[in-house]
Design a protein around this ligand. Sequence first.
Ligand code: CUA
Length: 355
Amino acid sequence: MTNVGKARSERCALTASSLVFSAFFLVPLTLVAAAAPDSSLIPSIFSPESTPAHSIHQLSLLVLAISAAIFLVVVGLIAYAAIRFRRRAEDDGKEPPQVYGSNPVEVAWTTVPLLIVVVLALATARVIQEVQNAPQPESALDVQVIGHQWWWEIRYPKLGILTANELHVPVSSENRRAPTFIELRSADVAHSFWVPRLAGKTDLIPNRVNKMWMEPTRTGLFLGQCAEYCGTEHAKMLLRVYVHTPEEFERWVSEQKAIIARNPEVAAGRLVFERTACVNCHTLNGTIGDGRFGPDLTHLMSRETLGSGALPNSPENLRAWIQQPDRFKPGVLMPGMNLTATELDQLAAYLATLK
Ligand code: CUA
């Protein structure tokens, strides 16, 4: 082979390795970004909007940069060796000289990886320490989250609010810090609370209390999900976090605390609720319903989704959901109640008033 040919095939090797790199890292990222309708809703760790998420983002960039460098060096060397030393027509068929016990080589490939691991371990330990040992300021909001198959119970113990699947928190600013400190528990199996743009992933383990916190610096809706396989409907255990201005948050709190006046127009639906097994699983203030197995329904219509993100919350969807929940969430633990069409209409009309 001529020198020109050799140089060309070596360049080819490098191009090939950078193509492989793009295929592994860049193409999937671009596809994900292109597929989502609203980029602000993509739950990506690469667009953090909260204090612990920023530290995790920076750490992940460091880890990715080091891994990418290693990847390029390894793939580049493999491709170079494969092309530069491939079998040729004029080969004499003899084995090339073998190298054994070279001290400089042994030292180099032991020390370099060791240093890389030490750097990664120290950087990670620092971020973990920073996030876990952050002191809780006086102004922090306390929230308890309990994982259930397959929904999230959310409580604000100091505010006396009980809700589900949609966490509402205030935004934090420099002169008005308002982080949210969350205690995580599980009612059944292991789950994992993960809203990538706001904080790292923390598991909810039965018989254990885990803690995490977030301090969002931008208002808006942030999506998350259960990140630990917890049974059939693990994939439909979605989370929504609404970050409000302090005024909006106050308004949300007062709406959640408000007592809904009895509406005589929907008394029939209320009766359907109280006479069926609904009351065994659902709490609804002002009725005999005090079950804890399913979500609290007191302010059901203040939530945007049903079934922990399985479908948008509207009176029509609510009716269809009550009639046959496993149509939307196969394996869901809520049974269809075999109500007549009239009873369904009455019940849906009643629940639709619970703003
Ligand atoms: Cu809960 Cu996966």
